[in-house]
Design a protein around this ligand. Sequence first.
Ligand code: COA
Length: 159
Amino acid sequence: MKFIIKKIESSGKDWVLEIVRTWGADFIVSRGRKIYPAEIDGFYAEADNGEKVGLVTYEIIRDQCEIVTLDAFRKFSGIGSSLLTKVVSEAKLRSCKRVWLITLNDNLDAIRFYQKRGMTIAAVHINALEESRKIKPVIAKIGQYGIPLRDEIEFETML
Ligand SMILES: CC(C)(COP(=O)(O)OP(=O)(O)OC[C@H]1O[C@@H](n2cnc3c(N)ncnc32)[C@H](O)[C@@H]1OP(=O)(O)O)[C@@H](O)C(=O)NCCC(=O)NCCS
């Protein structure tokens, strides 16, 4: 599938919000902090037919760039890789020293995906989801493959 990567402009924020709300709230929780993906920077992948087929949102704080969400709505077509590459380039342009992100312990596809794209595990925050659920009670107890959802895994790439 052919697609191009574009920046999320203010007109695209409602679409981002629509997606985020399918996860149960307007925000996600990362390291005990609420982050509102529709209020931060992002890129999306647009297919030939105009359909939006992927989304990445990120937040740059000082010289650290956190990838807050990354989703390919058509998997295995290179969309996730392209969006990840785009954020890393943007982080370099904006003089960041590190790109990092949180994924959860059940997300085996993502854990494989990030490691194969040069990211390394910087930390495992054991039982972090217990704190996250205090902020966002809709976070499930059981994740993919029936794995108990417990830990945040922090990935990083140094630039
Ligand atoms: C993680 C994610 C963004 C990857 O996006 P993607 O567009 O599918 O990724 P790509 O197409 O660039 O690469 C997919 C990989 O799957 C492989 N693949 C292809 N067909 C496959 C199949 N049928 N089954 C499993 N893997 C397959 C590709 O070869 C590639 O593998 P590689 O890592 O060995 O190179 C996507 O799976 C996703 O949206 N997941 C749900 C949301 C999520 O968990 N996001 C991460 C949160 S931190």
